[in-house]
Design a protein around this ligand. Structure first.
Ligand code: 5GP
Length: 247
């Protein structure tokens, strides 16, 4: 990480309140709390944000899961909030924080999101909570945001030093074949997903790195290589010397 990048990340982390980590208040709903900022320590070197995007069907989640397994405890995945209902098997606080429209809007107005957006073609809101990233970065951890291209633009505006990776299919035809092979989508849904994919594929110039997902293991190798080239080291930052935080 360049010195000025490090200084920028540290400044954003120090800036208090418009990026509020709004503490969860009394009106919080029951259920898992969205973790408020409570880190007692600041690592000597803040972590980095890693934005990973790619069209639906490209195999993003599988690749990201394996990257996390490969890279160890110094990197974690940010859990997003969404207003879309859970799919079968999805778990609150593991796959997403599932919020009502009203709760999402309240948290948006309270400044709790680093970025949030009604994702193109989905009809639901999605957002990255400050509480998912700020304390991890302060502790020197790297944080992966698996978000769409519009959200990526907003993150880059605030964190120009973020590492950005777009996972591409070999071709739109190959993506279409994968979507159809899932066998779970109606023709309408396949067409909608392809329209979103075309939108995303036109917005890839904002990403510093583009990885083609030919095989999962190759894509995982490529992403790990990119992160190491940006200075990622697998040691747990909790073991590194830290300085007390006096905020
Ligand atoms: P899905 O509903 O299939 O889980 O996700 C739909 C889309 O929303 C995907 O492109 C995913 O990357 C994007 N997404 C998930 N979480 C976030 C988020 O926090 N912010 C933004 N901007 N997009 C997100």
């Amino acid at each position: 990480m360049k010195e000025e990048d490090r200084a920028h990340t540290a400044a954003v982390l120090d800036a208090p309140e418009e990026h509020a980590f709004a503490p969860t208040g009394e009106e919080d709903p029951p259920g898992p709390r969205l973790t408020p900022y409570a880190s007692p320590m600041i690592a000597a070197k803040p972590g980095k944000l890693v934005v990973i995007s790619g069209p639906s069907g490209v195999g993003k989640s599988t690749v990201v899961r394996q990257v996390l397994e490969r890279l160890g405890p110094a990197i974690r995945l940010s859990i997003s909030a969404t207003t879309r209902p859970p799919r079968p098997g999805e778990r609150e606080g593991v796959d997403y924080y599932f919020l009502t429209d009203g709760e999402f809007a309240r948290r948006r107005e309270a400044g709790e999101f680093l970025e949030c957006i009604e994702v193109f073609g989905r009809g639901h809101w999605y957002g990255t909570l400050w509480s998912e990233v700020r304390s991890s970065l302060s502790q020197g951890k790297w944080v992966i945001l698996e978000i769409d291209v519009d959200g990526a633009g907003e993150v880059l505006r605030q964190f120009p030093e973020a590492v950005t990776i777009f996972i591409r299919p070999e071709s739109v035809e190959e993506l279409e074949r994968r979507l159809r092979n899932r066998g779970t989508e109606s023709e309408d849904a396949v067409q909608r997903r392809l329209a979103v994919a075309r939108h995303e594929l036109q917005r890839t110039s904002q990403y510093e790195h583009q990885i083609v997902n030919v095989t999962v293991s190759r894509a995982v190798d490529d992403i790990c290589e990119v992160l190491r080239s940006h200075g990622y080291a697998s040691e747990d930052p909790a073991q590194a010397p830290a300085t007390p935080c006096h905020d």
